[in-house]
Design a protein around this ligand. Sequence first.
Ligand code: FES
Ligand code: FES
Length: 159
Amino acid sequence: MTRITVTVDGVSYTDEVAPRTLLVQYLRETLGKTGTVIGCDTSNCGACTVHLDGRSVKSCNVLAVQADGHEVTTIEGLADGDGLHPMQQAFHDAHALQCGFCTPGMIMQAVDLIKVNAEPSESQIRQGLEGNLCRCTGYHNIVKAVAAAAKAMSGKGGE
Ligand code: FES
Ligand code: FES
């Protein structure tokens, strides 16, 4: 077992983990952060996306020990207090989800996309989200939501 200290959603945690523990397993099983979900076993669905030091990563593709000393933000830490993050609000307003399974990862990826490109075109949004799969929506409303959130967030920074 290896001792790690990770800040997750603003709180510091120190735990013993097996070296092969995935970050997504640590978040869900040790910390109870079940808002981050597992949608595949091939690292291609993006449902598990979180931010590691502010950049999006697929947490099924990162070992928990690699997060030692770093900062993780999950969908559960994205909102500021009781209000929704502008990206969450935009997904709600644009009906950008159906079953919702892809939504946490989609939103985390979209927030990272807006950080890098505050005014993305439709094709840049589609390209930025291509690592996140959605079985339900056909993506159209997701793209609309990200564009609307980019507008709402412009001038205010990001997360
Ligand atoms: S669960 Fe991580 S990419 Fe699918
Ligand atoms: S809303 Fe169901 S997978 Fe995206």
